[in-house]
Design a protein around this ligand. Structure first.
Ligand code: HMG
Length: 389
């Protein structure tokens, strides 16, 4: 039985910070961001747009009423949780009106957790082939004003419907994972922003890539010659480019090298404009590849490198399914272009606004632009969501 991704939806905040604006304010050469990190803009979330509104909006953009009747599992993968107990997936299940006899829960391991969620979804479909599982990667990456990680922030949600006989990508059973206990990036419960050993984290990313790839090759016998494209976790696209260069070997035919490079450029097109969306960023790379590449064909093998700090990594592959192009959007670039550009002071105010609760634990938020769902406020410590008309 083929199992994989049947549909993909995406939501990112309606505001953006251009990297040139950030560079000017931080007295940095603009080329450091545009060439050094390969970033052009970051999506900026206001207080009324959280991981729940982004997740529900991403899923709403692709689900039909029939899907909502058939989905029996909702998994939200995130490291920017809004609650230590209640899963974001429970809010999302309610906002979307999914039938009640479903499991809804949250998964975490930094930027790796959406990959774990896809694996879990696959196991469920193996047992229950008529089920549909909604996997949503939803995060807001916030490092802090004037921090080293500031240019690598971002926000967004990637929703994937996992089914039997999928219409986009069929998973191959070739996953190889690696766990190593390292302190490259972590966020204790008492901190709003992560602690980061920036350079060390890039070394861990690249070393996890090469060692997992060596083990993957040993177990599967596959080489880069078997792949049409390779998607990487994208904390910032330049690091993934370094990753691609590590996997390219000299014996690879020149036209194939060119094809891999060209497809890589397509895979980073959206992340360049959105920034890091943590666990969704690998899958935003997939969406970007599918919606921008012109030469992909059914049967092409795509490779994936998932990396979550801490650290867990995984390499796996999937085959494109006949008619995959019919499941994609042609308006995505336009949607990204439509985001409102922010000045540096607007960004600092909007992205870092904190809820000021009154003595009852209540507050209502200004009506910032959001996607289909909005966090309207908090009432007695309970988050209040509504659908935007
Ligand atoms: P930095 O201070 O910008 O580093 O920090 P840099 O000074 O080395 O500059 C970066 C690049 O810009 C370099 O390119 C410079 O040469 C270049 P490279 O040598 O590496 O190819 N550069 C210029 N290029 C053109 N013109 C110029 C110019 N000046 C410099 N004028 C760092 C970079 C990544 C450390 C920082 O942004 C950071 O801490 N980011 C957050 C951590 C991160 O993203 N780590 C990635 C790996 S860990 C991961 O992926 C997991 C994660 O997603 C979290 C999770 O799993 O949950 C983060």
């Amino acid at each position: 039985m083929l199992i994989g991704i049947d549909k993909i939806g995406f939501a990112t905040p309606k505001y953006q910070l251009k990297m040139t604006e950030l560079a000017m304010a931080r007295d940095v050469e603009p080329a450091k961001y545009s060439e050094g990190l390969l970033l052009d803009a970051l999506s900026i979330a206001p207080i009324s747009e959280d991981i729940v509104t982004l997740a529900a909006s991403a899923a709403q953009s692709m689900l039909t009423d029939e899907d909502k009747e058939k989905i029996d599992m909702v998994i939200v993968a995130t490291e920017s949780s809004i609650d230590q107990s209640k899963a974001a997936a429970v809010y999302v299940h309610a906002l979307l009106g999914i039938q009640p006899f479903a499991r809804s829960f949250e998964m975490k391991e930094a930027c790796y957790s959406a990959t774990a969620a896809l694996n879990y979804a696959k196991l469920h479909i193996e047992k229950s082939p008529t089920s549909r599982v909604l996997v949503i990667a939803s995060d807001i990456a916030k490092y802090g004003i004037q921090s080293a990680g500031e240019p690598t922030q971002g926000a967004g949600s990637l929703a994937m419907l996992v089914t039997a006989n999928p219409r986009i990508l069929a998973f191959k059973d070739d996953n190889v994972a690696q766990t190593r206990d390292v302190m490259d990036f972590w966020r204790p419960n008492y901190s709003e922003v992560p602690f980061v050993n920036g350079m060390y984290s890039t070394k861990q990313y690249l070393d996890s890539l090469t060692t997992t790839w060596a083990e993957y090759q040993k177990r599967t016998g596959l080489t880069m010659a078997d792949f049409t494209a390779f998607c990487f976790h994208l904390p910032f696209p330049k690091l993934a480019l370094k990753g691609l260069n590590k996997l390219m070997t000299k014996d690879l035919a020149l036209p194939h090298q060119e094809q891999l490079k060209e497809n890589f450029e397509h895979s980073i097109a959206y992340s360049k404009q959105v920034g890091n969306i943590y666990t969704g960023s690998l899958y935003l790379g997939l969406l970007s590849l599918l919606e921008n590449a012109k030469t992909l064909q059914a049967g092409d093998r795509l490779g994936f490198f998932s990396y979550g700090s801490g650290a867990v990594s995984e390499i796996f592959s999937g085959l494109l399914v006949e008619g995959f192009e019919n499941q994609l959007s042609s308006t995505r670039q336009n949607d990204l272009d439509q985001r409102t550009p922010l000045s540096i002071s607007e960004y600092e105010q909007l992205f870092f606004e904190q809820a000021q609760l009154d003595e009852n634990g209540s507050v209502s938020f200004a009506e910032h632009q959001t996607n289909t769902f909005r966090l309207t406020g908090i009432e007695q410590h309970q988050r209040q969501y509504s659908k935007v008309d």
